[in-house]
Write a protein that binds this ligand. Sequence first.
Ligand code: BGC
Length: 759
Amino acid sequence: MDSLRISRRSALLGATMVAAWSTSPLRAAIAATASRATPAFVDALIGQMTLKEKAGQLNLMPSSWGPGPTINPIVDTGGVDKQIEDAVAGKITGVFNGNGAEFHHRLQDAVTRRSRLKIPLLFGADVIHGYRTVFPVPLAEAGSFEPSLAERTSRIAATEAAAAGIDWTFAPMVDVARDARWGRGVEGSGEDPWLGTLFAGARVRGFQGKDLTAADAVLSCIKHFAAYGAAEAGLDYSTVDISPQTLHDVLLPPYEAGFAAGAGSGMASFNEINGIPSTGNHWLLNKLLRDEWKFPGFIVSDYTGDQEMIVHGYAKDDRDAARLAILAGCDMGMASNLYYTYLPGLVRDGLVPEAVLDQSVRRVLSAKAALGLFDNPLRRIDTKREAASMRRPASLALAREAASKSVVLLKNEGGLLPLPRAGKRIALIGPHAGQNDLIGPWAPFGDDAKCVSFETGIRTAMGDPKALSVVRGCEIDKPIAGGIDAAVAAARAADVVLLAVGEGQFMSGESQSRSSVTLPQVQRDLAEAVAATGTPVVVLLRNGRALALHGAVRDARAIMVTWFLGSEAGNGLADVLFGKVSPSARLPVSFPYESGQEPYYYYHKNSGRAQPPGPRQDYKTQFREAPNAALYPFGHGLTYSTVEYAGLELPATMPWNGAIEIAARLTNTGAVAIDEVAQLYVHDQVASMTRPVRLLKGFAKVHLAPGESKRVTFRLAFTDLLFSNADGKLTVEPGAFTVWVAPSAQAGGVTGAFSLVTG
Ligand code: BGC
């Protein structure tokens, strides 16, 4: 009843507000221009603005409306009433991570009625992998090797978020993450630039939709530009010291792909790159992004990123930080208030040309126009639509599909999986059995309590729900009195144990770097005790990063990586466990043997003393405790069948500027239908710069009925062989290339070679 009352009132306010807006002189001026986003309209508006109003358009603040999600250090906004007055006074361009349509309505209404220029506010939010319907964490979804899935889930996320009045999402995060110690790999697409590039574009298309003015479209923001994932030691926010070649060939491509897909904004990363913090990096934001990549949109700093240049030792004080950031091409400051406080004075004192300020304002106003906000500031704000848009059945069905397509089967000795739905007593044991840690670290609008837990999903799928016993055993990182004894008793009484262990959801994500990427000791103790009963164990890992597995966890009969699967976690998992869906995901990150191997990624270089296959030898590139390889490599993931790779076809030569077709024959040699992800890898044998041992250059998800055989083809183009040479120039060199079509970065598959020829 309450919500009905609120929505009626809001609807009423909405109608009057739009009417007020329609009769305003500014609206009339806009209507007179040929197109919403013409420079003439925007420039005419800029022409009317004071320096303070201009600075206000570049100042983004966290929302003051509680109980909002607390995912950042607290910044004093002065409270709701003060924030509304700030908006009316033109001190802010918008707010982010607010609490839904009602608050957005109050703010937009106040601005549209009472501010001098009636410039609509922009509402941002961290909608990373869902809004109220929570999809698997982006890293998990990347494991689907199905970019179109990410496009579909991003579309639903946008639809829900936009219904809550959100115009702009701080996503996708496209940082290549090669070090499992870094906690934020969970937000991205893993270690590989090719996969990351495809997912970046797909997510931008999903969020923005076909028409940015649509009420269900949100502007996307490519972050964190740039190289944020390359922090030394995987330590969040830390120094990035990287060669230009690696920067260009490995780290930058996903950002470029995201911008090329039409993302309207980007976020400057917290880190420095080779001595210069991104927020103040003129080369990065102005030269590379604008001059070279021709990006027309706007760049926002990360949360107080401008101010943090002082601690970096790059800016001498707040005012200097604002100056450096705006001159470098960072159009909007987030959460620091520095732009509003200092830009007018900096312009008056001649330290920042007014044209620079105008250019940034132009970009921000153009984005607001592109979002249709000048036509109708309430375009996305509608409490009725908000109430009707969340967690719709079709959205939850997609969450279930995405969950089942994100589960990676690492190991399945003796075909223990899939489990029969009936006839076996199952013990679900571990701190991830229950209603906790389901949404993952970066779903601030989601709710664990509304997710399908592993217990519920498994119980629902089983013929006889009484055949399931559930014991927590321990907490994520502390024991429960009598927990291990109860777990052992349950394991003894069962035919199979499902051991749900892993990381808590706040062990990954922002600022959650780990020096050891292992399971907490208490869970390892639980695993040892359960394994000692002799009951076969299926490990269900829940994690936001690649993990080094040890002891009874590593030695379990079967291991599934379930990441954080979101709203439909339990159902999606049960679909795979009981064989309704064949596992089809692949690892988007390599699982090392030991933490100390990090950063470990499959496309490392060979040293002059590369480790040959076989036992450890001295004077070779390897650790005492671990080979220079992954326990489970990038691209690895089993199905419930076996697949034979054969019949590689490729021409002997690739012509200069040309392309070749590479084919292989895949045969499902087992008795169940599967989806196999065939991967194309290439190695440039000799070049003027040493090249990685393998690089992914294509993949195909192939459905194979039992016994079915299919010819899979890949196109490899001359441009796929480009790399940065010693002078930093993109080049291709003639010579021999090895090719694999294989089920992982470390598997042999079928292999051959071709030569790139100049003639
Ligand atoms: C994060 C960003 C996020 C922003 C706003 C920062 O701490 O690095 O990814 O978009 O906060 O919540």
